[in-house]
Ligand binder design. Structure first.
Ligand code: GLU
Length: 477
């Protein structure tokens, strides 16, 4: 059975890159009716961030990527946390030592530093000099018995060789073992390094495909060696391309939000963000751009993932969000708008009014955060417009004729709403002979104070007679 995992380290928020790794893994798992599991790689105790685990899982849920085992799923499995699996790593490390593929290293941090400094001075790549690899076994035993602090390192083969990875995205990638040092497997604090833990767990959890960022590509020789020493079959690997800013530098906070939570707060819909992220590296064989999740599952394939960097185009994300917002049913739109409305100063307006207004601005929203600005014309008192376009509509003699005639008809009316507006406008047309755009644009410009503004009839419903009258009079010369 196909099994993929998302294995973040709890060092902060879920980033766009992490979401993409999770998404591609999830898509592939779902495409093949396989499993998608969550594993927290929390072995670097210095970089732990409290609450990171909860945040990571919440954002996966928000994005619609469901987990098969682990938190929130029930059953006996998970959440898998590496910090709770130390015994396995120790047992494996001991096995490697017993086989002669790993060894205890007693070098102090000071000594390691000296070695590296000397190497740098000689113009060499700094790496462990294998000092403890050649200790006398009796000496080693003595130090172990005495409880001397130590780490466990894996041995890189004495005879250099070329290790080849058949990557699902990059094809064959070769790296010489001489590029690799005797990697620490168990650290001084008793926790495993990523390299040991990832191999032990991917094997134990039956992972068939490892999907990760290309920054891990140089590490594959260490992992392949461990698989060989342990007699296990390695999974398949897919190293994803970098995500780049518009200027083709590596995606960074400095050029805008990168945390998924920030996109949620900024009013992006999960389905739009997910669709957008799917296209960061993957592309279909036609020029379709909008893919609901079920279609992505159907069409996703490694063969169409590009190995060169993928540019994060914020304009395209905005466009996509707009498309998804426009497709929402009114009730759904309102449900999603609610938390954003709550943050605006219009939160306490009657629900029925809010519903109508939100529906009427649906096509004008790029993100849900735009709601506040879009609601202003409906609910705020605004100073008379100085917009030259508005002035231009109100300037002609015919426009002023329309206003005067309309005002004269409106004054004796008991009230005004959108429906009555239409009837009165018809009468103005009869009296003045002015019709169409020349009739409606002055009314619109006077009442909405914009030329392509919000829904005029809805605005009239909300404003009522007195406010409309005032606005019409204000527009007279
Ligand atoms: N814990 C690693 C990270 O957060 C995971 C790499 C992997 O998926 O193997 O980058």
């Amino acid at each position: 059975m196909i099994r993929l995992r998302f294995a973040p380290s709890p060092t902060g928020h879920l980033h766009i890159g992490g979401l993409r790794t999770a998404l591609f893994s999830w898509l592939y798992a779902r495409h093949h009716q396989g499993a998608f599991i969550f594993r927290l790689e929390d072995t670097d105790r210095n970089r732990l961030v409290e609450e990171a685990e909860t945040g990571l899982i919440r954002m996966l849920e928000w994005a619609g990527l469901d987990l098969d085992e682990g938190p929130g799923v029930g059953g006996d499995h998970g959440p898998y946390r590496q910090s709770e699996r130390l015994e396995r790593y120790h047992a494996t490390a001991q096995q490697l030592v017993a086989q002669g593929d790993a060894y205890p290293c007693f070098c102090s941090p000071e000594r390691l530093e000296q070695v590296k400094t000397a190497q740098r001075e000689r113009g060499e790549t700094p790496r462990y000099d294998q000092h403890c690899r050649h200790l006398d076994p009796a000496d080693v035993q003595q130090q172990l018995d005495a409880g001397t602090p130590h780490v466990i390192r894996m041995k890189v083969p004495d005879i250099p060789e070329t290790l080849v990875l058949d990557d699902l995205i990059r094809g064959k990638v070769a790296i010489e073992t001489t590029q690799t040092e005797d990697q620490v497997l168990i650290k001084g604090d008793g926790f495993p390094t990523y390299h040991l833990a990832v191999v032990v767990d991917d094997h134990a959890m039956g992972i068939t495909h490892v999907v990760r960022g290309e920054e891990w590509l140089p590490s594959f020789p260490k992992h392949l060696l461990l698989y060989r020493y342990l007699g296990w079959t390695p999974p398949q690997f897919a190293h994803l391309p970098l995500i780049l800013n518009a200027d083709r530098t590596k995606l960074s906070k400095r050029q805008g939000a990168v945390a998924v939570e920030d996109f949620e707060a900024a009013g992006y819909l999960p389905e739009a963000l997910v669709n957008f992220v799917a296209l960061l590296g993957w592309s279909p064989d036609d020029d379709q751009e909008l893919f609901p999740l079920p279609e992505l599952i159907e069409r996703f394939d490694w063969s169409r993932v590009n190995k060169s960097g993928a540019v994060f185009d914020r304009d395209k994300l905005n466009w996509m969000n707009q498309q998804y917002l426009q497709q929402l049913e009114p009730d759904d739109l309102f449900a999603r708008a609610r938390p954003f409305l709550q943050q605006t100063r219009f939160a306490d307006r009657p629900e029925e009014q809010l519903q109508r207004v939100v529906a009427s601005v649906q096509n004008r929203l790029v993100t849900l955060q735009d709601l506040e600005a879009q609601l202003v014309p409906f609910f705020d008192e605004r100073p008379p417009s100085t917009d030259p376009d508005v002035q231009a509509v109100l300037a002609p003699e015919t426009a002023q004729q329309v206003l005067s005639a309309f005002i004269a008809l409106l004054e004796p009316e008991p009230a005004l709403d959108g429906a009555r507006l239409g009837q009165l406008a018809k009468q103005v047309q009869k009296q003045t002979g002015i019709k169409g755009k020349d009739l409606w644009m002055p009314l619109r410009a006077a009442i909405t104070q914009e030329v392509q503004g919000p829904d005029l009839h809805l605005l009239v419903d909300l404003f009522g007679k007195d406010k409309c009258l005032r606005l019409l009079q204000q527009a007279q010369h």
